[in-house]
Design a protein around this ligand. Structure first.
Ligand code: SAM
Length: 257
């Protein structure tokens, strides 16, 4: 690993399959002047081919040894290194619109995805390598077992497409799980408008905390049966049966109450 011992605590499974790397770069199709940010560049599997096509790249990296390698390898004019935890990174400070890319450390991936939701309007798109099971949850349709809080909160803001299936042997060390590359593109702002995004998050959390109960019970204290009926939502349904637009409608009604 070019003299670097992979650190499990940082989810370091480095991409080594050249064919997969080429496919990732092809689907991203970087254009020289675009503002692009890579989360977790590691040993540069994606960083290097990105920099062959871009004038400049931002990277966010937590591992100090890797930061030191990147500092030695690249000129600051080509690579801006943000050393630290991406969960503390201020995406609002980046010039917009920007593109995001990352073979993400799997232990923080869902938390990171939730944190990106409020920044959707500043993004062109994002391409992430994730556990395939997480990608399945992101793109899941209502009334399926994969459908949950992650599906609703991301589908509210993004159109998402699973692009590439990636087997464990594409990485060193090989992870125990299958992976997939997913594209997120922000939905048009007028598409689904919620008055209070934090409230939407609370309604969705309340629903999926009790996903086997009826809506009447799961959303007790949030909205009553008559409120649901006024929205033409049957209170006997279960939280997993509602589409994103239904959750937006509930959050907007609660906001007006
Ligand atoms: N991009 C490289 C590749 O494809 O081979 C490395 C991918 S590896 C799965 C994840 C990378 O994210 C590692 O470089 C790791 O050090 C970095 N990382 C892990 N946790 C992080 C965090 N909280 N913030 C920023 N970077 C992190």
């Amino acid at each position: 690993m070019k003299g670097h011992t992979p650190r499990r605590r940082f989810g370091q499974n480095f991409l080594v399959d050249r064919g997969i790397i080429r496919s990732i770069i092809e689907v991203i199709a970087p254009q020289p002047q675009q503002i692009m940010v890579e989360i977790g560049p590691g040993l540069g599997a994606i960083t290097e081919p990105l920099l062959e096509r871009l004038d400049h790249l931002h990277v966010i990296e937590i591992d100090r040894d890797i930061v030191a390698r990147l500092q030695a390898q690249y000129q600051p004019g080509r690579l801006t290194i943000h050393a630290g935890d991406v969960l503390d990174f201020d995406f609002a400070a980046l010039p917009a619109p920007f593109r995001l890319v990352g073979n993400l450390p799997y232990n923080i991936s869902t938390e990171l995805l939730f944190r990106l939701v409020p920044h959707a309007h500043r993004l062109i798109d994002a391409h992430f390598m994730l556990q395939r099971e997480v990608v399945d949850r992101m793109v899941a349709a209502p009334s399926t077992s994969d459908y949950g809080r992650l599906s609703v909160m991301l589908q509210y803001r993004f159109a998402m497409t699973k692009l590439i299936d990636v087997p464990p042997d594409a990485f060193r060390p090989a992870p125990k799980v299958n992976s997939a590359v997913v594209r997120l593109r922000p939905r048009a702002p007028h598409d689904l408008t919620v008055v209070d995004e934090a409230l939407l998050g609370r309604v969705v959390t309340a629903g999926f905390t009790k996903r086997r109960k009826t809506l009447r019970n799961a959303l007790e204290g949030v909205i009553d049966a008559s409120g649901l009926e006024a929205l033409k939502i049957n209170p006997q349904l279960r939280p997993e049966n509602l589409g994103v637009a239904d959750y937006v409608a509930i959050a907007n009604r609660v906001a007006q109450a």
